[in-house]
Design a protein around this ligand. Structure first.
Ligand code: BGC
Length: 753
């Protein structure tokens, strides 16, 4: 065994002590156990006619694919996903009014990722899996692991991070949690599905290096570490071919290099070609009626139905392609509740609501605090809660991820519940959202026009808001403290699906300006009450330079699930010490992001990913560009120090050890983050890349030692010419700390293997 103690652990700042890390996720270290009766599958297959096989590889209702009663094979039953089991549709597309389908509304994906807590990822999956099982589903359509490339993507709230490593780590726990319940995950949307604009047609032009280093790792980890049983193809093309039937993505990488033995399910309406779907890896075609015959679905007209039959019968395509798909589907069925396990599930139980609360408590991020927070309820007589989002419900909007919750605690309710009768809580709406088509861009690819009618509506709405603003300011003047709750919304009541939505499927935002006059409102409140906290909801960030400087405290609450209001109140009043960290960079304008400043976002027809691997902090930090709040950043009510970095090489691995100490007076959690940089390489490499993290909970004065193991993959890059993962021997800098901009510990390691 080769052991080499590494050199120069330089402590740049801070000083620490501490004890020992721990937190390796226990329950989900094992890959989900599966037992697949291969002989049984072969024998079933041998008994099937071509028609029967084809019946299994495409939808036979909105969320089922066909089974075969003759051989005792049930339909495969699917449901969205990704942060709760969606309402029932029956066999069509309209919500069933009186269905018993309420479910736990979990915080959205980006809130889960902000916890940086792998164990919570697993538990989140367990809740989903359990509820899916109780509702009779076999497949949950999630997690969403697409990389957050631009802050304007309408679906960022469903995804996890701009960073492939954080995405992968959080997805793996989720997947194991779901699948340990006998429910398949369907990890989506593979791959490079980073905009909604023109999502059915766009062709993403991206290098193989960027695919492998940035856009694939979440999916690769889902398959190789999470053991995912299915993957959802995306709508878009990549380098000229539709991703759902893509030779490189499916045959060479997913089913080839990564050894995926599960099922590729199309996105709903993402199959575009029978021949390609047969030979390039699509195993189940779903949702084609959405693009072909919505009101009168003809499932036999699906690409993988009679059109496939014709090709096979004419000898153009071998039947073996269909056999492979059916084998995979049967395998998934035996692994899951479809043909395998049959334990009962649980739904809407208190422990699921508690888990939703826990994720919200750890995922909400405190970004600014000059000492105003936590608010001390003993010192307040009146609190003014201002803002439409303090009372708005979010669960049932946003597109396919909507959930019908048992209940949803709004911020106003959360604050009232916490304060009880001790403090008077006043409420003013402050502004009303209005439909402004100039704020978003729809999936047809057209930037919505600023029609005269729209301009007029907006003027009328703005006028109406003047009264609300006046009332709000009057309230702010007389309160001891103000909690402003605003931000984005998913959509407008009374609008057709997708219309007037911001954080929602099939829409991208046009910019990051806080809508509905909120910037001015915040500034006016700040003028009349200096004890004002801003709480924003949203799937990503907003422009802040007009209101942040004079704002004393700012909490970013994402869409924090059915207990989100409780968690917001607990953080504001100090019952919970915040520990969320940003999983994406918050820059001030979308134009600052590399997808806009170097690459294209959105594109019509084609989108050039010219920024290549320089997504998020990889770009900002390598270019030395200032941002408002960096990746990995998040404040606490206590303070932490990092010390004693030790780097040890052992068996082609580097052990990174350091100490974290809680130097403040409250217990709290900190995320130790490890970044790697190759000092010299034959290709361009970012100045830092996240390669390890661990979240630790510490009492005041307590220390812990953290040990993180970096294997070869932490030092390798995807060689743009050799087209393979490559580790070039050389000197690497390893840095540790609490955020990508606060890495006080630095050491050097020389790797020669
Ligand atoms: C979405 C998927 C979703 C599917 C089924 C599609 O439009 O892109 O994420 O799972 O619909 O609802």
């Amino acid at each position: 065994m080769k052991t080499k103690l590494i050199i120069s652990a330089i402590m740049l700042s801070g000083f620490l002590a501490m004890s020992c890390q721990t937190g390796k996720q226990k329950d989900h270290e094992k890959i989900t156990k599966t037992s697949v009766p291969v002989k049984k599958i072969d024998s079933l297959l041998s008994l099937m006619t071509l028609d029967e096989k084809l019946g299994m590889i495409h939808a036979n209702s909105s969320f089922t694919s066909g089974g075969m009663a003759r051989l005792g094979i049930p339909e495969l039953v699917m449901s969205d996903g990704p942060h709760g089991v969606r309402h029932e549709h029956g066999r069509g597309w309209f919500a069933l009014e009186d269905a018993d389908d309420k479910a736990t509304y979990l915080p959205v994906g980006i809130c889960l990722a902000s916890t940086w807590n792998r164990e919570l990822g697993y538990k989140y999956g367990e809740v989903l899996g359990n509820e899916a099982k109780e509702r009779g589903k076999n497949v949950i359509l999630g997690p969403g692991v697409n990389i957050i490339r631009s802050p304007l993507n309408g679906r960022n709230f469903e995804y996890l991070s701009e960073d492939p490593y954080l995405t992968a780590e959080m997805a793996v726990g989720y997947i194991k949690g779901v699948q340990d319940q006998g429910i398949a995950t369907c990890v989506k949307h593979y791959a490079a599905n980073n905009q909604e604009t023109d999502r059915h047609n766009i062709d993403v032009i991206v290098s193989k290096r960027a695919l492998n280093e940035i856009y694939f790792p979440g999916f690769k980890a889902a398959v190789q570490q999470g053991g995912a049983w299915s993957i959802m193809g995306a709508y878009n093309k990549v380098n000229g071919q539709y991703t759902t039937h893509h030779k490189y993505l499916n045959n060479e990488i997913l089913k080839g290099e990564w050894g995926f033995d599960g099922v590729v399910i199309s996105d709903w309406g993402s199959v575009n070609d029978t021949r390609e779907a047969l030979i390039y890896g699509t195993d189940i075609e779903m949702g084609t009626e959405l693009v072909k015959s919505f009101h009168n679905p003809d499932y036999d007209d699906f690409y993988l139905a009679r059109h496939a039959k014709k090709m096979i019968e004419s000898g153009e395509i071998e039947e073996e392609y269909v056999d492979d798909k059916v084998r995979r589907i049967l395998k998934l069925m035996y692994r899951s509740t479809a043909l395998g396990r049959h334990e009962p599930g649980k739904r809407n139980v208190p422990e699921h609501q508690q888990l939703a609360l826990k994720v919200a408590q750890e995922g909400i991020v405190l970004l600014k605090n000059d000492g105003l927070l936590p608010l001390d309820k003993n010192k307040l007589r009146t609190v003014a809660v201002i803002g439409h989002n303090a009372t708005r419900l979010f669960a049932e909007r946003g597109g396919s991820s909507q959930v019908k919750p048992l209940y949803e605690i709004t911020p106003l309710e959360g604050i009232k519940n916490l304060l009880g009768d001790d403090v008077e809580v006043l409420y003013a709406e402050g502004y009303e959202p209005y439909y402004d088509e100039s704020l978003f861009r729809d999936a047809s690819g057209e930037a919505a026009s600023q029609s005269r009618a729209n301009k007029k509506n907006v003027e009328v709405a703005k006028k109406a808001n003047q009264g609300l603003i006046r009332d709000a300011i009057a309230l702010a003047q007389k309160a001891d403290a103000v909690i402003f709750v605003g931000g984005w919304i998913h959509g407008h009541e009374g609008m057709p699906w997708g219309k007037g939505t911001y954080d929602a499927e099939a829409r991208d935002k046009l910019n990051m300006k806080l809508p509905f006059g909120q910037e001015d409102l915040i500034s006016e409140i700040n003028l009349v009450n200096r004890n004002t906290v801003v709480v924003l909801k949203g799937g990503s960030n907003v422009e802040m330079n007009n209101w942040l400087p004079e704002t004393r405290a700012y909490l970013h609450a994402w869409y924090a699930g059915m207990e989100g209001g409780t968690a917001i109140a607990q953080i504001l009043f100090g019952e919970i010490n915040p520990s969320g960290k940003l999983p994406m960079t918050f820059a001030n304008s979308h134009l600052d992001y590399p997808s806009h400043s170097i690459g294209e976002f959105p594109g019509n027809k084609t989108v050039q990913y010219t920024e290549d691997i320089y997504v998020g902090y990889r770009y900002f930090d390598t270019q030395g560009k200032e941002v408002t709040f960096p990746f990995g950043f998040g404040l606490s009510y206590t303070s932490f120090e990092f010390s004693d970095l030790k780097l040890t090489q052992m068996d082609n691995k580097v052990l990174v050890e350091c100490t974290v100490t809680n130097t403040g007076s409250r217990s709290g959690a900190e995320v130790a983050q490890i970044y790697v940089h190759q000092m010299e390489a034959s290709v361009d490499r970012p100045v830092k890349e996240l390669k390890g993290f661990e979240k630790v909970m510490l009492e005041p004065g307590e220390s812990t030692n953290i040990t993180i193991e970096l294997d070869k993959s932490a030092f390798s890059f995807y060689h743009p010419e050799k087209l393979e993962w490559t580790l070039e021997p050389g000197v690497f800098e390893i840095r540790a700390g609490s955020a990508s901009n606060h890495l006080p510990l630095k050491g050097i390691v020389e790797i020669d293997y």
